[in-house]
Design a protein around this ligand. Structure first.
Ligand SMILES: C[S@@+](CC[C@H](N)C(=O)[O-])C[C@H]1O[C@@H](n2cnc3c(N)ncnc32)[C@H](O)[C@@H]1O
Length: 319
């Protein structure tokens, strides 16, 4: 992130999250530069199937997405290394003029933008350092735009947050714009558990890095040895619950927030949820937010989906 401590609202969100039950750290703490590099490593793990499944769908369906959207501008929210986005960039080549990768992880974003600009010299590449929960109203113009959120990043929102986000996307879309989202689907619990408990411990290192970042930026005293990494399936919420369990009772100070935390033995500290989706429920959520799902494609195994959406109003005027 640009500088986590200066990131607008992050201190307040952290203070609020750490006072909840269970205690939570905002997910954005995962993505400083090291976190972004670790996430990139996760995408190459054999256990972590989502990027491969999403790539399979994009390979098959990007031409259709391009034909339907005719996008001049591609805005990618939470772009990361934009590795699978190349499939969209290639398919959209006849109409695309501008690519706007948006991410909170500034240095990583800059290197992604440089790499894409070098590979696509005819494209204007304008990186946007920002927060997709706050900055959707200031996305650049240039319709028809395709706004994409890949990698099942949407699964990292809590339900109320996701509702707000989808409504904000609907509010940001112009008549000719479309929204493309990648969604990991509900599946066998063993496969889900394996995806977040990889044999090499890369995911654990990624999640632990959030504690390192909070210690550095907010002068906190989280001691890694006192926390056990945990990632388990929550069947009620249908999400992977990812974070830590305190080994024993102890205290943690977060000096920059003037906060003293007491952890009980086995108390949970949540860093991320990764919700898994079902088509019908997602379509209802999208509809309630003002978005109509015009395209829904899955990989052959049915593990992952891509949904293409437009504003509800436009759909109702086009019978
Ligand atoms: C799950 S990763 C996905 C990365 C990439 N899209 C992919 O599919 O490989 C989430 C990405 O969103 C970014 N991110 C997380 N929270 C964000 C926020 N509030 N605003 C902007 N970017 C955010 C992270 O830095 C990271 O690059």
């Amino acid at each position: 992130m640009a500088s986590a401590a200066t990131h607008l609202g992050l201190r307040e969100a952290t203070l609020e999250g750490l006072q909840r039950t269970p205690k939570e750290l905002p997910t954005v703490w995962l993505y400083d530069e090291r976190g972004s590099q670790l996430y990139e490593e996760i995408t190459r793990l054999p256990e972590y199937y989502p990027p491969r499944r999403e790539r399979e769908i994009l390979r098959a369906r990007s031409p259709e997405v391009a034909a339907r959207t005719q996008a001049r501008t591609l805005v990618e929210l939470g772009a990361g290394n934009a590795s699978r986005t190349r499939l969209l960039l290639d398919a959209l080549a006849p109409t695309l003029e501008r690519f706007v990768p948006l991410d909170v992880s500034e240095q990583f974003l800059r290197s992604t933008a440089e790499a894409v600009a070098a590979e696509y010299p005819r494209l204007a590449v304008d990186p946007f350092v920002g927060d997709f929960e706050r900055d959707l109203h200031s996305l650049p113009a240039g319709s028809p735009r395709l706004i994409a959120l890949l990698g099942s990043t949407i699964g990292n929102f809590y339900p109320a947050q996701r509702r707000r986000f989808l409504s904000a996307v609907a509010g940001a879309l112009e008549d000719d714009d479309a929204f493309l989202v990648g969604l990991d689907l509900v599946k066998d619990v063993e496969r889900l558990a394996a995806a977040y408990n990889d044999g090499r411990g890369v995911t654990e290192a990624f999640v632990r890095n959030a504690l390192t970042a909070v210690n550095a930026e907010l002068h906190a005293t989280f001691d890694q040895r006192r926390f056990v990494y945990t990632a388990h399936w929550d069947p009620e919420h249908e999400w992977m619950d990812i974070g830590f369990r305190a080994r024993h009772a102890h205290g943690v100070s977060v000096r920059a927030l003037d906060l003293e935390l007491a952890f009980a033995e086995n108390e949970q500290l949540r860093v991320e949820v990764s919700s898994k989706f079902r088509r019908e429920r997602f379509e209802l959520e999208a509809r309630d937010a003002g978005l109509g799902v015009d395209g829904w494609w899955t990989d052959e195994a049915g593990d992952f989906a891509l949904a293409l959406m437009t504003r509800n109003e436009r759909r109702s005027t086009c019978p």
